[in-house]
Design a protein around this ligand. Sequence first.
Ligand code: HEC
Ligand code: HEC
Length: 347
Amino acid sequence: MKFVHTMFITGILGTAVLSMSSVQGDPLPYKPPIPADNPQTVAKIELGKTLFFDPRLSSTGTVSCNSCHNVMAGGEDNRPNSMGVHGKTGGRSAPTVWNSAFLTVQFWDGRAPSLEAQAKGPVTNPIEMGMKDWDTVIQRLEKISGYEPLFQAAFSGPNPITADNAAKAIAAYERTLITHGSPYDRFQRGEETALTEQQVEGLETFIKIGCFACHYGPNFSGPSMQNQMGKGWFQKFPTIPGSPYETQYKLLDDKGRYEVTGEEMDKHVWRVPTLRNVALTAPYFHNGAVPTLEEAVRVMAKTQLGRDLKDSDVQNLVAFLNALTGEFPKQTMPLLPATPGKSMTAE
Ligand code: HEC
Ligand code: HEC
């Protein structure tokens, strides 16, 4: 059942008037956008998955992408702040990698324009995987002889073991991490009983009070069309200043996109995150400060729409958000190429 009514939202988006008719009520497409210079191949996806699970991409040999983005579960770590090498933690919470292929930009502040660009970051981030630089990573991969045939199969040409190719392979694997078949998607594809009455009420509230103004499109993260890739969809958080949540959850400690651009207008501006599988990804917001979905909904209503919600509205909205939990394609662990007979970290 598609929503047919057109909705115009003014006010909270400043002077912009946004027609929702074209984007409203879309189920998740079966395939995410695939960049022309990184087509999906079976060999590349297999290599990407192997790298994603390989803790030898970290300085200590203990932290893989999967440590913080557990694809056996909701695609993150359910911690307020993720823990990298030597138990170090940063100020931001790990977002899920499920459906990240539908995001127009990556990271809470949108600082990476693509999954390829994103994938290079964590490996050399001192509080994540802590490698000195990508040259060191490549040297290490070259010493694990089992990687050579995997890179050869995925990329043609001499010396295929490069940072760019590793990032492309990881991105290709991430583009397979799509969750279809949520009750909401089944509902949108015509299965009228896929949503409970309460979930339908929650969906109506979501649209009526204006959550949809920011969380729209098939991924509930704004425009995800191919031509928007790399541009991003950002909003201020909090939009309406002065609520007690600001101090309670330290919402103003991190300046968000300002840290990337240095522009005054980007202070406390954040990329609008997906709400798919959000019931599985507590705690909430960029700093992981809000422990429950109920509370996250109250915070959003107050800080973004200036509303104090009734308990019944909160319950309905949470019921609706639970209908965005999809079916997770089964993940099998890759067999990692064997380490040569010496410690990888003794270099
Ligand atoms: C120590 C934990 C940790 C490790 C290891 C880690 N990440 Fe992340 N990841 C994070 C955090 C925290 C963020 C959010 C950081 C930010 O937005 O500033 C993030 C963001 C992301 C995003 C962006 C998702 C979105 O919604 O914007 C993707 C994709 C991602 N990581 C993939 C990876 C890949 C691939 C690897 C391995 C190469 C990896 N991560 C390793 C913690 C980790
Ligand atoms: C003005 C734009 C805007 C509106 C309106 C809005 N949101 Fe958000 N929402 C955001 C932004 C931006 C974030 C990311 C905040 C951050 O940096 O942590 C977010 C985050 C969230 C999160 C946390 C996601 C996570 O992974 O931690 C939830 C849940 C959420 N919104 C639900 C809602 C609901 C429900 C409504 C309506 C009551 C709503 N939002 C209204 C912009 C908006």
